[in-house]
Ligand binder design. Sequence first.
Ligand SMILES: Cc1ncc(COP(=O)(O)O)c(C=O)c1O
Length: 461
Amino acid sequence: MKDNSLQKESRADRFASDPRIIEAKKLILNTMEEYKQKITVISPSDPKKELRYKELIEEFNRMRGGNLWYPYIGSGMGNGALVELLDGSIKYDFIGGIGVHYWGHNHPDIVDAALNAAIENTVLQGHLQQNFETVEFSELLLQNSTMDCCFFSTSGAMANENALKIALQKNSPASRILAFENCFAGRTLALSQITDKPAYREGLPDTLYVDYLPFYDPENPEKSTEKAISVLKNHLARHPKKYGAFIGELIRGEAGFYPGSHRFFSSLMSILKKEGIAIIADEIQTFGRTDRLFAYQHFELEEFVDIVTIGKLSQVCATLFRKDFQPKPGLLSQTFTGSTATLRCGKMIIQSLLNDGYFGTKGKIQKLHEYFTAGLENLQKKYPNAIKGPWGIGAMIAFTPFGGNKEKVLEFSRNLFRDGVISFIAGENPMRIRFLIPVGAVKEKDIDEVLKIIENLLKAE
Ligand SMILES: Cc1ncc(COP(=O)(O)O)c(C=O)c1O
């Protein structure tokens, strides 16, 4: 922070650094370590708890009006990549709430940041109340991006909504949207029109006009790039001056970790730029998981991207934009934009990503990627009919079991869960198994254990 002297001179700062508070925090963190250390290996559920757990899950499913994807109700305790559930089981969490728990479970730095938040005056920060961490967090994101402004929100969907509103207001009355085929952008009324899954908008009214571009095919880089350009040109010719914004992921996450390339994106984006169409990079899932902080930096698209949205591992979500996209008063506001704990913990994770050797071609993320994918490649050689891949970039890793057959992959993911590994599915036809590994917590020995469990399931087929 350029100038944190006001915060340093405050009563809150003196309170937080009072020796009694420091001692109390030390006691909590040391006690936590003692309990954590008992969680060292995966274990099945406790038979004495099974029936009560089943009833609890059923009750919760009834209350929320729909079934949980996995029977997961956490105890509130874990150790690194391992998490304890209320049925007494211990599992490897290699999906982290779909990419949220990047530092794993009970990480001392996260708990310390959350404790600092807990002793502040309010739980939430927002419209009429911003404490200093909101200022610091904004500055951290802006200093490490090519954006000028940062607006926080509490979900990825809201960050994308805000991005679209900013883009469409600037380019009004142009209101059509361009997106990639098979994309996922969120589930609000507007975003469900963009997310390329009819089931996610069943029964909803049409609110936006969206046209799609085919994505990059690494098997046919030139052809797929030419095809996307030609589809884009056709859309532009069919609806001249009608497009206000393009929104897209640079590595398609929900589809199963399909990255594009610099040439592919820059070819499309230079046309969009010439047409004055706002370019939004949806980095809700990809942020912080490649060899750079932002995926648009990984693909060297700094000159093109106007607005970028982040979420998940940042704990609080945000819409970052260039100053010429600054919205008119009234367009953006939220009662609260994040909790004090999410702001402090998100800032801590990003600072560590930037300062502790996670990025770069030889960074921790790349090393973990290489270690895990080498193990999966090994399995692919041993069981060539049972597994294809691996695919992905950085902390996003996927593979296709059993030819990507939907029923079999769903069963595989549930069996993985039963046997102690939490993953998730991605894409359809072929469907993949994906992992968003907790890079701030995972060790090579954890990956070895996960690979053994995957192998046992492949063998059993
Ligand atoms: C690319 C992308 N955009 C938007 C979202 C929506 O984020 P949220 O679920 O936090 O609203 C997601 C969530 O998975 C996502 O992966």
